[in-house]
Write a protein that binds this ligand. Sequence first.
Ligand SMILES: *[C@@H]1O[C@H](CO)[C@@H](O)[C@H](O)[C@H]1NC(C)=O
Ligand SMILES: *[C@@H]1O[C@H](CO)[C@@H](O)[C@H](O)[C@H]1NC(C)=O
Ligand SMILES: *[C@@H]1O[C@H](CO)[C@@H](O)[C@H](O)[C@H]1NC(C)=O
Ligand SMILES: *[C@@H]1O[C@H](CO)[C@@H](O)[C@H](O)[C@H]1NC(C)=O
Ligand SMILES: *[C@@H]1O[C@H](CO)[C@@H](O)[C@H](O)[C@H]1NC(C)=O
Ligand SMILES: *[C@@H]1O[C@H](CO)[C@@H](O)[C@H](O)[C@H]1NC(C)=O
Ligand SMILES: *[C@@H]1O[C@H](CO)[C@@H](O)[C@H](O)[C@H]1NC(C)=O
Ligand SMILES: *[C@@H]1O[C@H](CO)[C@@H](O)[C@H](O)[C@H]1NC(C)=O
Ligand SMILES: *[C@@H]1O[C@H](CO)[C@@H](O)[C@H](O)[C@H]1NC(C)=O
Length: 758
Amino acid sequence: MVVIILFLLFISEFSTTTGQLGNSSITLGSSLSPTGPSNWSSHSGQFAFGFYQKGKGYAVGIWFNRISRRTVIWTANRDAAPLSRDVQLIFTSDGKLILQQNQGESISIVDRDLPPASSASMLDDGNFVLKNSSSSVIWQSFDTPTDTILPGQPLLAGQKLVSSVSETNHSAGKFQLIMQSDGNLVQYPIDVAKPETAYWNTSTFTAGATVSLNLDVNGKLYLRNGTGFNIMNLYEGSPFSTGIYRLTIDADGILRLYSSSSDQNGDWTVEWSPTTNRCVPRGLCGLNGYCLLTNQNPQCVCLPGFYLTKPGQNNSDCERNVSMSKNGDIEYNIIALEDITWEDDPYSVLSMTRQACIENCLSDGNCEAALYKNQQCRKQTLPLRFGSQEGGVTTLFKVGNFSSVGKESRKELRIIVILSTSISFFLAISGVVIYRYAFKRVSNQGNDRWAEDVALRPFTYHELEKATNGFRDEVGKGAFGTVFKGAISNGKTVAIKRLEKMMAEGEWEFQNEMKSIGRTHHKNLVRLLGYCHDGSNRLLVYEYMTNGSLADFLFKSERKPIWEERIEIALSVARGILYLHEECETQIIHCDIKPENILMDEKGCAKIADFGLAKLLMPNQTRTYTGIRGTRGYVAPEWHRNLPITVKADVYSFGIMLMEIICCRRSLDMDVSENEVVLVDYVYDCFEARELDKLVRDEEVDGMKLQRMVKVGLWCIQDEPSVRPLMKKVVLMMEGTVDIPAPPRASFASSMSREAHN
Ligand SMILES: *[C@@H]1O[C@H](CO)[C@@H](O)[C@H](O)[C@H]1NC(C)=O
Ligand SMILES: *[C@@H]1O[C@H](CO)[C@@H](O)[C@H](O)[C@H]1NC(C)=O
Ligand SMILES: *[C@@H]1O[C@H](CO)[C@@H](O)[C@H](O)[C@H]1NC(C)=O
Ligand SMILES: *[C@@H]1O[C@H](CO)[C@@H](O)[C@H](O)[C@H]1NC(C)=O
Ligand SMILES: *[C@@H]1O[C@H](CO)[C@@H](O)[C@H](O)[C@H]1NC(C)=O
Ligand SMILES: *[C@@H]1O[C@H](CO)[C@@H](O)[C@H](O)[C@H]1NC(C)=O
Ligand SMILES: *[C@@H]1O[C@H](CO)[C@@H](O)[C@H](O)[C@H]1NC(C)=O
Ligand SMILES: *[C@@H]1O[C@H](CO)[C@@H](O)[C@H](O)[C@H]1NC(C)=O
Ligand SMILES: *[C@@H]1O[C@H](CO)[C@@H](O)[C@H](O)[C@H]1NC(C)=O
């Protein structure tokens, strides 16, 4: 009974409210100014439209007029600079709503071309409308929401709310709420609306293209689909509410449904919000900074050793003051931040223990940080973003021990001090000497600046001439140049490659390539130690590999490597190629994988040489490069078809080489019976006939393993690049962790035969 009475009361209350939803019509020729009448209020006085203070000037907008703390719900031209005191808002006699500043050009309040309006109204629901002469609404503020919607104002598919900079500055801020046309309602940081960056959503992405977000006068917040069905209630509201409501995406990125009633003294109460954790909004803190909650308040903290780029502005980006890679001699350490996570965008994911992850990152020149979670080492490069607390994730973060660098810079400082105090002496004796000295220093710095972030040592041509005793001891000749043995000043034996056929215009490329090669660190890649770009000379200094090439090992040596050794070599090479393809900062396609380019160190560990040089010597990466064609037999068919070269070209070459490693013979061999000349034909024949043991002659091998290796090889040499597996898959297949389907009978054989007879 009581309920019914209350309900009737409510109905009558409600109808009187609606009755009052009248209008105070604004007629043509009316105007406002910050000094004169500054606003038009709605009939009930609930809302007002007009000038409000923004910074030291003014903006035009709509606000709750009866709430003591003024609450702006809409702003015209929100990103424009504040207006000065002498501005006028005019509803012109020809039906336009414009701002006129000091006789200057007029600015329109509405965001598109409209037919002339004949009246305007600030309605009692908070909507400001323009009407034409037949009283139809031709424009309304409800259609262009900023950071707030009100009861009766749906957020339609394709529309969004964008937070304000702050409670007093209503320019566009850092967060958005989008009613997507897939039916999902999603919150994103402002500049990156990608699924991975979303920080809240309703998971209604299958609800159709015309879903809208709605708020009713009782505070009920819900999603409605195109046919009018309520598909999700976000907040039930209260049917007996006498309050007023608004839904706002606040400056801190959190969506809040507020209510206020007359007995609240004009303050707002939060009725609903998707989260109370104020660190949830992604992008609250700048790059390399993470969000910590202290007493429910978010606090941005920079990574250790990083500082705010705008001191005092705690959500600005964080940067290091010292460039980490300036000096190759820096020692690196790992700092672990427990329970801190970031946007997870790894360039490499490895399953290993935490300690192994730490060591892996330390020995990988690309690794600047790693997220360790679920026994996975997820390696990252800087900058990190969207940092926040999350249990079970450790951020392992690489830091340099700068004490040595610090000492050096102090030394430099001392030199400068000495110079400057005695400079008058010097000047008196010889100004020219000082000038030359200074000039030389400066120009040197300019020359080598690009190499600063590579831990590579620069050499002069003279130094290398000395190191090789005048380029006497030639140890190899390849497509890219001649290799000499030498010893650098610390006594270390090195291999020095003198590049020939260097493009004249290749300076920039050379520098870039050195940067990317210099950053590679992998135990199956030959390590580049230094370079020389002296005049027209281009030389590279590598670690010296004492045991020659894989070609010598497989085809020439007295003692052929045994099966297990060969498999280990094949796997090492595969891992090295995988690193070049997927784990480096810039993807490197080798383009010339063959046994001559695999070198063996003193422990018999196989390392790939000459990577990264192909690009350097091939300006447009076409097949026309003759040095590559010289290595017939390893070249993927797409080279001959003028198709773009991808990582799959290396997969092909690796496949051919794998066959050679398995069988310990060249892919083309004229000294055997005719059906065995082309190795891949022969391998396929044996595979089909289930006679794989023929391939290894009288050697004792694990049959399953042999079959696996042969299948991997046959997959790699498929004619069609897209059918060949990626190196990642190749490694997994070789390791035996994934099944290998039977390779299709491809046209590879015929193409190889063509090669053989060319
Ligand atoms: C609202 O304005 C229209 C003209 O635009 C007028 O016809 C109508 O009577 C007004 N309503 C109230 C309640 O003032
Ligand atoms: C709105 O206009 C009225 C009358 O001109 C004025 O008294 C009031 O202060 C104005 N409100 C604001 C917030 O400027
Ligand atoms: C409002 O914020 C914007 C964007 O950060 C800024 O450019 C503008 O100067 C601010 N305006 C005022 C009045 O503070
Ligand atoms: C007013 O606008 C409505 C809707 O856009 C339109 O149908 C009507 O013809 C317009 N009236 C005049 C006089 O232009
Ligand atoms: C949407 O939210 C659900 C559950 O809250 C979450 O699992 C999903 O990843 C989110 N999707 C996006 C695109 O953010
Ligand atoms: C809206 O939802 C109802 C009930 O789930 C469904 O029958 C209808 O097809 C939906 N409309 C659209 C346009 O998806
Ligand atoms: C920034 O600092 C202000 C005051 O110093 C503090 O109120 C606010 O919570 C801080 N915000 C973040 C995200 O650190
Ligand atoms: C880096 O800069 C901050 C202030 O910007 C300073 O406090 C700090 O000592 C500097 N650190 C180093 C290593 O120079
Ligand atoms: C940093 O290096 C200095 C000397 O170069 C050494 O004494 C110090 O222990 C190192 N610090 C760390 C944390 O490794």
